[in-house]
Design a protein around this ligand. Structure first.
Ligand code: SF4
Length: 384
């Protein structure tokens, strides 16, 4: 399994709660210039891939649907020209903002090979959309989903909850709409903002937030979507193939501003490397890349890490624990007995604290563990 991620940093607006590397579309370099950088980066790095057959391609951001389809086509063409194999089984996802899509654009993207759309719906509550600073309306989302359903194309949408002034009763309106829409896949995110942020006031307390998540899970179960990851729900066989690469520690090559790659075959315990997160830094960085020096440039600029054995084991464990299937030593390479024992001790201590449970030789988050998953993961950290 192997996938390519392409970061598109343009957005219609800059949402105050977002910490992705994104910019309002007319405030940075023109999209064609950015795509030229992406293609140059691809040419310099394609030889690093462990295989040519692609499980997935994911256009994320940002708002990739702001780009004209011909630019998406040029990126897909370049991927194919670098000898990658895009087969009918390759999942090609593009994130879209409901205010940026119209029929011709969807048809052009589908013709280019995009076979899955991830819709940034967030909520169907007009007041909450405005409060979150979103430019799209609930009607824009309905129109976009109707377009996708008419084309019979796979899609997912994001649901943001625990927004200011939103309690269980108000969330119930969104869940009623979702139950009628019956999407194949949904990602549910609890709003995360630091104290003092304008959106940190008048929010549901922790207990109510937990109840809201249970309401979401129950509503989705009723329409046949099971929770397969902490925040992700799908019909059987509709799990995001690209995101599964991340959670199962499979390799991926990522292109674009601030994009992170993971390639297991480059050193004994794998390598992670990432790109600069400023536009100027990224442009300058890409100009220096050649196929001969690509990895070295990352390391020279402290933009890469050769994983130690303990870091690799920790990564396998905490990403697998995000999944409903949990973590099992059966699904990872052989680690040293000392590290295996150290991790087993930590996992079993978390079972005693009722934050994990065991099933079929796997450790799985309990409901309590899921609510404080970041703390659970911290407790798995192994000494180097
Ligand atoms: S549209 Fe999405 S990616 Fe862009 S700033 Fe808002 S939340 Fe972030």
């Amino acid at each position: 399994m192997f996938g390519i991620y392409v970061h598109i940093p343009y957005c219609l607006q800059r949402c105050s709660y977002c910490d992705f590397a994104t910019f309002v579309y007319d405030q940075i370099l023109p999209p064609q210039d950015y795509v030229n950088l992406l293609l140059r980066e691809l040419a310099a790095k394609s030889h690093l891939a462990p295989q040519k057959e692609l499980t997935s391609i994911y256009f994320g951001g940002g708002t990739p649907s702001l780009l004209e389809p011909n630019l998406i086509v040029s990126i897909l063409d370049a991927i194919a020209k670098n000898d990658f194999i895009i087969s009918p089984k390759t999942e090609i996802t593009l994130e879209i903002n409901p205010a940026t899509l119209y029929t011709e654009k969807i048809l052009a993207l589908i013709a280019a090979g995009v076979n899955r759309f991830s819709v940034g719906a967030q909520t169907f509550d007009e007041d909450l959309l405005r409060l979150a600073g979103r430019k799209h309306s609930a009607q824009d989302t309905f129109d976009t989903l109707a377009l996708l359903q008419k084309q019979n194309v796979n899609y997912s949408f994001d649901l943001l909850f625990a927004l200011p002034e939103q309690g269980r009763a108000r969330l119930a309106n969104d869940l009623k709409i979702i139950s009628d829409l019956k999407p194949p896949h949904l990602s549910a995110y609890c709003l995360t903002v630091p104290n003092g942020h304008p959106m940190s006031k008048n929010r549901a307390l922790d207990d109510e937030q937990a109840s809201m998540f249970n309401d979401i899970e129950n509503a989705l179960l009723n329409i046949g979507l099971h929770r397969y990851e902490i925040s992700n729900f799908s019909r059987p066989q509709y799990e995001s193939q690209h995101n599964l690469l991340y959670w199962r520690q499979k390799p991926y090559l990522s292109l674009g501003l601030s994009a992170h790659s993971y390639l297991a075959h480059l050193s004994p315990w794998g390598e992670r490397f990432w790109n600069p997160s400023t536009v100027e830094g990224y442009a300058d960085f890409v100009q220096q890349l050649t196929p001969e020096n690509a990895l070295n440039v990352h390391h020279q600029k402290n933009l890469g890490e050769r994983l130690s054995e303990s870091a690799a084991l920790f990564d396998y464990a905490h990403t697998a624990l995000r999944l409903a299937e949990g973590f099992s030593f059966e699904n990872v390479p052989a680690f040293s007995p000392a590290l295996t024992e150290a991790l087993t001790d930590r996992l079993n201590a978390l079972v005693k604290s009722r934050l994990l449970e065991t099933k079929n030789n796997s450790w799985i988050l309990t409901e309590q563990g899921r609510l404080i998953s970041n703390l659970v993961f911290e407790r798995l950290l192994l000494d180097n």
